[in-house]
Design a binder for this molecule. Structure first.
Ligand SMILES: Cc1cc2nc3c(=O)[nH]c(=O)nc-3n(C[C@H](O)[C@H](O)[C@H](O)COP(=O)(O)OP(=O)(O)OC[C@H]3O[C@@H](n4cnc5c(N)ncnc54)[C@H](O)[C@@H]3O)c2cc1C
Length: 292
């Protein structure tokens, strides 16, 4: 029995992934799975483990390049109220792995809970953002994380507390297949002060990103003491183009996808940028973008 036969109501076959990614690029998933409940999700995980079906989690697709070939196995998306929720008890907030990060930031700022307001303008889901430890030098999401509920590849729920977790620059050691929910702890502040800080950050972040109508992704992690954007711009790579993929003029660490860009174009651009930066500055850039 195939995954589609076992779970006909929640599995689509050969679903194109491009509409689910920020770059609007990518081949179809062999099986595209949107479970409605946690037990259903756990059953899919168990099936995939038993039948050796490869499994990938899709968040908002903001830190993801899906190549042009079909993606074998199951691509899972947390969609619907079992995975998209925000619950608050005092200074503790629990949020579903499929909740939009922006909704959580808005909620905490309104509630006078400070800690996430400097992440405004970063898109994605809570699950993807915690796995990728989003942020910048002003702050990272990890600093507010207290507990994370994950599902193992056997579909068992486990809680990982902050002291069991390791976060570093744009990564975490959360390597179980699913981040189900995340619990955060915050400090209280006047909501007006948080809103002001949020607006200031939003203006600064938007000024250093591709224009809003451009589909762009961040390419590399920043090495210690400098930024990937500085190294790329210093190497004279602004506006460097491979096929439809181009280095953003506004921030050298973003690849923009013009209409018709393929996954290979983006990868080709990243390879060319990496090689030139190595030649000019001697630094080996490390990829931040996840590639399927
Ligand atoms: C214009 C732009 C600006 C950005 N600015 C910033 C920035 O300033 N700082 C910054 O840190 N990042 C930035 N990013 C990167 C991006 O927004 C974050 O990494 C994003 O939060 C990733 O979340 P996502 O839900 O989109 O994950 P996806 O891109 O869908 O997935 C990323 C990884 O997380 C995994 N994943 C997703 N959801 C789950 C889950 N529930 N459980 C387990 N694994 C999961 C995926 O399998 C994949 O490996 C920017 C991106 C763009 C396009």
């Amino acid at each position: 029995m195939t995954l589609a036969e076992a779970f006909p109501e929640i599995v689509k076959r050969r679903e194109p992934l491009a509409p689910y990614t920020h770059l609007r690029i990518g081949g179809p998933a062999e099986y595209f799975v949107q479970p409605r409940t946690v037990p259903e999700l756990a059953a899919v995980l168990k099936f995939c483990k038993t039948d050796a079906v490869p499994l990938r989690m899709l968040g908002g697709g903001y830190n993801l390049l899906v190549l042009d070939d079909p993606v074998p196995g199951a691509v899972m998306r947390l969609h619907g109220k079992a995975f998209d929720f925000i619950e608050c008890k005092g200074k503790t907030v629990r949020s579903g792995g499929g909740t939009a990060l922006f909704d959580l930031i808005e909620y905490t700022v309104k509630a006078g809970l400070g800690g996430l307001e400097t992440l405004v303008g970063i898109n994605g889901t809570v699950g993807g953002s915690v796995r990728c430890n989003v942020g910048d030098r002003a702050g990272e999401i990890a600093s507010a994380v207290r507990r994370v509920a994950v599902l193992t590849d056997e579909g068992t729920e486990q809680i990982r507390t902050r002291d069991e977790l390791t976060f570093s620059d744009h990564r975490s050691d959360l390597d179980e297949p699913v981040i189900l929910w995340v619990e955060f702890e915050f400090e209280t502040y006047p909501p007006e002060a948080l809103r002001k800080r949020m607006l200031k950050t939003w203006i600064a972040r938007k000024a250093s990103e591709p224009l809003s109508f451009q589909a762009g992704v961040r390419m590399f992690r920043s090495p210690a003491g400098t930024t990937a954007a500085q190294l790329i711009e210093r190497a004279g790579l602004a506006k460097k183009r491979v096929g439809g993929a181009e280095v953003s003029e506004r921030n050298g660490n973003y690849a923009i996808a013009h209409p018709g860009t393929t996954g290979r174009d983006i990868l080709g651009l990243m390879d060319a940028v990496k090689a030139k930066v190595k030649e000019v500055s001697g630094v080996t850039l490390e990829r931040e973008l996840h590639v399927w």
